[in-house]
Design a protein. Sequence first.
Length: 475
Amino acid sequence: MDSNEKVLREAARVYDCGNADGIGRELDLVGHSALLEQLQVHFQELPQDLCERVRAIRAPNDCISVLLLGNHSAGKSSFINWYVGEKVQTTSVAMETAGVTLVRRGKKRTQWRGKMTLGNFPALERLGRLPGLCDHIVTEFSTSEKNAFRSLELIDTPGLVDGNVRYPFDVDAAMDELAKEASLVIVFLDPIGKALVGRCMKAVERLSTMHHSKMHYVLSKMDTVADAHDRQTVVSQVAQELQSRVKGTHALKILQIYLPEKAGEGVGLKSKQEKTRTQAPNQLLDVVDLLRRTVDSRAQEVVVRALEDCKSLRDLGEKLLVYNQTRNSHNRGVKALQVLLWLVLLGVSLAGGYWVLLHLIKTDPLLLCVSESGRTIHFTHSHSGEKVTERIEARRYMPCTFMRMYSGVPSVSILTILFITILHNILFKVKRLNQLTPENIRNLRSMLKHVETKMVPSAKSWRKILQTDSVTDHD
């Protein structure tokens, strides 16, 4: 296992080590992302860009996806067989590839069909929602060690043709979804009258708008064009068509290839001498090198992305704890304020009730509000049919000031009701904010510790592996 393969496989495991039931999810980055997404719902003040970065965390594929598309009989399947060194795809003039085929390395030569393929590769989840696709997608596993196949996943797609040909699923939508996940998109064009198929060109135009940096173009079967002048004409025609459709054609490069074992099978090569004399330049090794460089760069991207995702998880987790502490302080203050207001409300209610009671027993409360301490007030009331006279010792009451200002009980009663209404509104409008439960806090702290002690060191070790593999130590 080379360094790139090791990094890609370990990264895929670190991002998603759980199974379909979620067992083990608390130990991977995808599980940590789901936890934070669940906890951040009630914290609208969190930075939205940081929340989006955490929400976008997804497990990378354990190998590099390379999408092959092109017109019918452009040589996609033949190239896959040659690159893998094994016949995993059927090739013929007829439309053999009517569905999507994933070709990747496995422990043995076997095949997975629709639901098995879609269920085991999370990146294909959206693809599986396309009507009709499930019955027309397979995965071919090969044990080949040739080239960089250990770290690659080659995706063969149906050949595109004009006319009334109907596909069993939405081919354009399928290509769009596959291109999103692919690290590289290689367009195969057949030079013998089929390179400029309208449907193929429309697909190229659409995909180049969204994935310009991934797009690469190959003119296959160039050995079938006998004359050098004809080859140049074909290249010029294709280049002009691409320039009118493709974004950023200032760096457009079209590779001319043919498969060595198929050389001379095409039109116009009638003899060995003629084939030798008109041998076309072959940039097949440039395609091989392109795939190798893509694997190298993708492994580096995964390391950088892992470190960035760990930082995003850590930053959001720490902000959640800080904001939760702020809300906790706010809630304690609200609770204290509510207790105080209830006490004030209770006191005002008791005082109001006391003064109203005095008014109901036909005693003017203002008689109790005197300036001379020690004055005795006599009032008579009925009790069990008898008249009873009682004495009340006059004192200095604080409410007496308001009583005098507002002319007695009626005004004070109105003011008391108004004050109670205001306090009631304050009590119900000053609400407590949602905050994390103790269990949430424990899970959050455990997640932060796991990211800091396990995930970050793992990502740094991958970077060290790539550095050791690439940089020569000098004594």
